[in-house]
Design a protein. Structure first.
Length: 142
């Protein structure tokens, strides 16, 4: 059995996750997520974590069916919309030296499915609820 009190996030996180910049467009971010099977993308600028964008953020950025805009106007506006406008910030993150228990508690308290993992201000990974569960089910895997 894995001990969440002593096992560090570093052991179970996904290192060097795929990221986007604040200027990445919403359609490009959505494509990256779809192709990679991701639910969230850290937003990095000059090596610093500045936000996070989730699949929910991107869906909410899309206009409602009740809009009076034409399909061409909608596509034009969404194609130009940068992630900066829909990302969440400041970001709740966790230090790479934190324990899995601390990560699980932070995710539970904030109703999050994942946390960017940082060393100082630098993004070094991402840890998700699935990673925490994997640590319990397959303790020797990492």
């Amino acid at each position: 059995m894995v001990s969440t009190k002593t096992t560090s996030v570093r052991q179970w996180m996904t290192a060097d996750p795929v990221t986007v910049t604040p200027e990445t467009t919403v359609p490009d971010a959505a494509l990256i997520m779809r192709q990679g099977g991701f639910r969230r993308l850290p937003v990095v600028e000059d090596g610093k974590l500045v936000g996070i964008v989730t699949d929910r953020d991107l869906k909410e950025a899309m206009p409602s069916d009740a809009t009076s805009l034409s399909i061409w106007e909608i596509n034009y506006l969404v194609a130009k919309l940068p992630v900066r406008e829909v990302m969440s910030y400041p970001v709740i993150s966790i230090d790479e030296s934190a324990t899995l228990e601390q990560a699980a508690k932070t995710m539970l308290e904030n109703k999050l499915g994942g946390l960017p993992v940082v060393s100082g201000e630098k993004l070094v990974g991402i840890v998700t609820v699935s990673d925490v569960l994997r640590a319990f089910v397959h303790p020797g895997a990492n």
